[in-house]
Design a protein. Sequence first.
Length: 153
Amino acid sequence: MEQFVRTSTHVVRSAALLVVTVMALSLSGIAQTNPAPAAKPANNNDALPLGDWRGDSICVVRESACHDEKALYHVKRLPDKPGWVSLQADKIVDGKPEMMGTSDCSYDAEKHILNCELGRGSIRLTVAGDKMEGAMLLTDKTLWRNISLKKDK
């Protein structure tokens, strides 16, 4: 009887493992035949997060050359590129803005995501009303900064 119980338990476990494996393979096949759609840039320039945005750019990698900063981002329309904006990033030093750089960024109006590819990494920000939050990642995907901004009135 004990041998029967051990064999039955083994059969049940093997069957459960087989079901899970088949489901995983089926799902991976679905993912391969139906890839996720690419991000769609904003078609309506009214949806763009234009204006000045202020807040904090906080370093995540503490033992580095990175320093926490007060940030001011200027987001402007790119007339020749619908769904794209120019982002000028300034840091505030002694109460005055110092330009860090400018980048062309795509804006996905459906997901409310602003994405800027930089030479040394990328900035990805989610827009929610008058707030913009996200991060700066290095090219190796290391989280470098957390960014939290609020739109100037």
